[in-house]
Write a protein that binds this ligand. Structure first.
Ligand SMILES: C[S@@+](CC[C@H](N)C(=O)[O-])C[C@H]1O[C@@H](n2cnc3c(N)ncnc32)[C@H](O)[C@@H]1O
Length: 411
């Protein structure tokens, strides 16, 4: 049974389907390092490139299942300028295009929990209706990875569709809290300690190394665990500063392009003089002093911009300490959690273990890129559980077709 895969990343979902018995014949992503990881661990059937630029005719026809964990930045509710009619933001339409052109028996989409509440539920409704309009039976469900033996409370919306007239089935829970008195079949949640405990006291390092009989790969980690940072002492009105800088720039006759060239930036200086960008557009202290020299302005804002103090970090997630005796919270694509020993972040390998990647699955790219690939992925085990069900449904379907055929032949 064959699979094609869109938005494949480093291959979490694909690997799950392979473990369920499928053969992935084509995959795609435009994240270079993820593609490299995929090639090295899964196979070189992955094509590097932007899916919106790949014509359907370049993609094989003969597959049974289409996978696609489509990104959803386009639906961002924060960005009110983008509306639901704006097709460019809708990468799920690529999944839709391929379903329409190739007519796979099943498709599986995956997305963040937030998809369900976007535009008060209108976005998911629209997506499901679009898939249904192609003649597919479509269902979706919010699945929690820890309920299936993954040591992580990651929640993802899984959308399944088929054109065989079958009910879409979702995997049954196998794990839960210890004290689930109502279901004796449920095993206790798998914890981080159980799965990552062997690396707790092991020094992180760049190269693979042997630990007992096992080779450990990618046990490297960020080391920023401080709960303070150097920030501006004063609250600054960015608009006021923009006006001020604009005034001095005009007087001096320097263009923003020339200022950029002077600093060696591509576009940064433009933001110092524009009001429409509310973050990151006030020059940092050293640029401020340089700008002052260039444009020859007075020191009205000097202290407000240049005086720094140690501030507590309030962005909660970046300082989250990983659960140890429980499943981890969601492994994200940015800012890995702090290891319970508080000396480092969770290593790439530990994050990979929590995402149920096999130990010999080796990630490629910079440290940040590796964390991103892992954080983006569907836990392999969750992918396998979804794959198991579809595999059996397809097998069952083909058995029925065979029986029908023999019956006809007998008549
Ligand atoms: C949520 S991740 C998918 C993770 C993957 N299913 C897994 O389990 O490892 C979404 C992926 O879509 C890719 N992507 C986004 N836009 C794309 C495009 N236009 N063409 C190809 N890939 C794209 C991103 O690079 C990212 O790897």
């Amino acid at each position: 049974m064959k699979v094609a895969s869109l938005f494949s990343g480093c291959g979490g979902l694909d690997l799950g389907f392979i473990q369920a018995g499928f053969d992935v014949i084509w995959a795609n992503d435009f994240f270079k390092e993820a593609v490299e990881t995929y090639k090295n661990n899964i196979g070189d059937h992955i094509v590097y490139g932007d899916i919106t630029k790949i014509p359907s005719s370049d993609i094989p026809d003969d597959f049974d299942v289409l996978l696609g964990g489509f990104p959803c930045q386009g639906f961002s509710v924060a960005n009110t300028k983008r509306n639901m009619e704006d097709e460019r933001n809708f990468l799920y339409k690529e999944l839709l295009r391929l379903i329409d052109d190739k007519r796979p028996k099943f498709f599986v989409g995956e997305n963040v929990k937030g998809l369900l509440s976007m535009q008060k539920g209108k976005v998911i409704e629209m997506i499901v209706n679009d898939f249904k309009s192609l003649g597919y039976t479509v269902d979706y469900k919010l699945l929690k990875a820890s309920d299936y033996g993954v040591p992580q409370h990651r929640e993802r919306v899984v959308i399944i569709g088929n054109r065989l007239g079958l009910n879409n089935l979702f995997p049954e829970k196998t794990h839960g809290e210890f004290n689930d008195l109502f279901n004796y079949n449920i095993k206790p949640y798998v914890t981080v300690k159980e799965t990552c405990g062997h690396l707790e006291k092991v020094r992180t390092r760049d190269k693979s190394f042997k630990l007992g009989s096992e080779v450990i790969h990618n046990h490297i980690a960020r080391t920023n665990v401080a709960d303070t940072f150097w920030g501006r002492k004063s609250k600054i009105d960015q608009h006021e500063i923009c006006d001020y800088l604009k005034y001095w720039r005009k007087l001096s006759g320097w263009s923003t392009k020339r200022i950029d060239e002077h600093f060696g930036y591509a576009h940064t200086a433009g933001h110092w003089f524009r009001k429409d960008n509310n973050s990151g557009s006030i020059p940092n202290p050293s640029d401020w002093w340089e700008l002052k020299k260039l444009l020859g302005f007075d020191d009205k804002f000097d202290l407000a911009v240049t005086e720094l103090e140690l501030k507590p970090i309030s962005f909660e997630q970046s300082l989250r300490i990983n659960n140890w005796e429980r499943p981890s919270d969601t492994i994200t694509a940015t800012g890995p959690e702090i290891h319970p020993n508080k000396e480092r972040r969770m290593s790439v390998r530990e994050c990979a273990i929590i995402q149920t990647f096999p130990n010999d699955f080796i990630f490629k790219g910079s440290l940040g890129n590796m964390y991103k690939q892992i954080g983006n992925a569907v836990p392999v085990l969750l992918g396998k559980k979804i794959g198991d069900i579809i595999y059996h449904q397809l097998k069952y379907e083909s058995e029925i077709i065979k029986i029908k055929k023999t019956k006809k032949e007998l008549i």
